[in-house]
Design a protein around this ligand. Sequence first.
Ligand SMILES: NC(=O)c1ccc[n+]([C@@H]2O[C@H](COP(=O)([O-])OP(=O)(O)OC[C@H]3O[C@@H](n4cnc5c(N)ncnc54)[C@H](O)[C@@H]3O)[C@@H](O)[C@H]2O)c1
Length: 446
Amino acid sequence: MKRRDFVKNSAAVGSIALLSSCVKTNLGRSGRLRTAHIGVGGMGAEDLKAMASHNLVDIAALCDVDALNLAAAKKLYPKAKTYSDYRVLMKELAGQIDAVVVSTPDHMHAPISMLAMEMGKAVYCQKPLTHHVSEARAMAKLAKQKRLVTQMGIQVHSFYDYILGTKLIQSGIIGKVHTVHAWSPKNWGYDGEIPSGADPVPENLDWNLWLGTARERPYKEGMYHPGNWRKICDYGCGTFGDIGVHIFDTPYNALALDVPFTVINNCREPNGFGFPENNTVTYEFPGTKYTADTLKWVWYDGPGAPGVHKDLELPMGEELPDQGAMFMGEKGKLLLPHFMQLPRLIEDNKYVEIDVEKYAKGVHSDKPVRDYDLEAPAHYHQFVNACLGIGKCTAPFSYASRLTETILLGVIAGRFPNKKLHWNNESSSFDENEANAFLDSPYRDF
Ligand SMILES: NC(=O)c1ccc[n+]([C@@H]2O[C@H](COP(=O)([O-])OP(=O)(O)OC[C@H]3O[C@@H](n4cnc5c(N)ncnc54)[C@H](O)[C@@H]3O)[C@@H](O)[C@H]2O)c1
């Protein structure tokens, strides 16, 4: 299918259904959805493109603290109003936008999304949902209270291979799962020196707005903006909070997990600035109907990850995919490479063919789509359609907040290397009181 046809089809579903169904929310009263985009460089530009590809979307507003990124987006969407401060945008356009798309660095996800939800707006927020556990819980609570349409930006959640992987696991193809390994050799950590001094802030950047609610810090060229903020504790969540969210998502969803009861991170000592460049995070989860009595989960990241492990050996000495997840079950194991590759079933160290058609029933397309630009919009269109009263999102904040909390617990464990922490879901606290200081952080007035 050509991109144009795919996009037209998914939007057409929207318009037909609109005629026959009542819009449930106060959104899209005109039958169209007016979106405001906060952060329009980097992934924000992709988010804009994917939202705009739905033919019932009007890009109403753009906001960025970097004037060059804002100007580039304005060129593509000339009718949109432009802002550098999301608070001004939301105040001025309160009655002219229906949904907000948040594509900023992680530390600003919650402050922006919470304001948007307070104003009754639907929110599509990039992953990980938040920077702190307390924020993840608050986001889910507010979205529920206000009955808002929400979606976290883990677009692969709606990709063929991951939905198929979920269906395979839930069908019991490898029996109950006792262990999951997941890995990425990416390095969004920083073991270097804490930078000193300050560089001049480029004219195009509003550094105070970029810092937002984070504490004051001098600007350093290339250290934070763009992209490298991921490595730094005040703004990002390291490799685990970056690519880990995507790779964790399918096993988390397929095994119907909630939060873990223990977590330990084997990494270097904390330096109070950057995340460790190598992490091995081990969780224990309470059992579910798809797992053994408890589930063990090990995440490996950084250069050299995942290293050698007998569970990760492949038939005929084949090389392990660069990134992915391995489910270990009673009857065999399932490899889910990341990304855009079919899951593979392994029994007695041999590949076993999977009757894909049998298991893939109900997946939105009849075969894998091996073109990112064609497949990615599905997740965004699901959000737009849900805002217009058609269907539901599959990664709403109720789900995303639990997945994010789980990952953030592993990130916090990195502050206490090699120490097992015990998480109490009811009280939302660790038994090890010293770790509770990292569940939240004060917001700076800016
Ligand atoms: N889903 C995915 O596949 C995927 C891929 C990459 C990034 N992401 C996520 O997207 C988000 C952005 O990551 P990135 O790689 O694009 O980062 P980036 O630093 O490259 O881009 C962030 C953009 O937001 C702008 N910005 C920063 N603070 C802002 C603020 N307070 N208000 C308005 N604009 C602001 C920046 O100027 C920049 O244009 C992160 O949450 C990241 O995890 C998701």
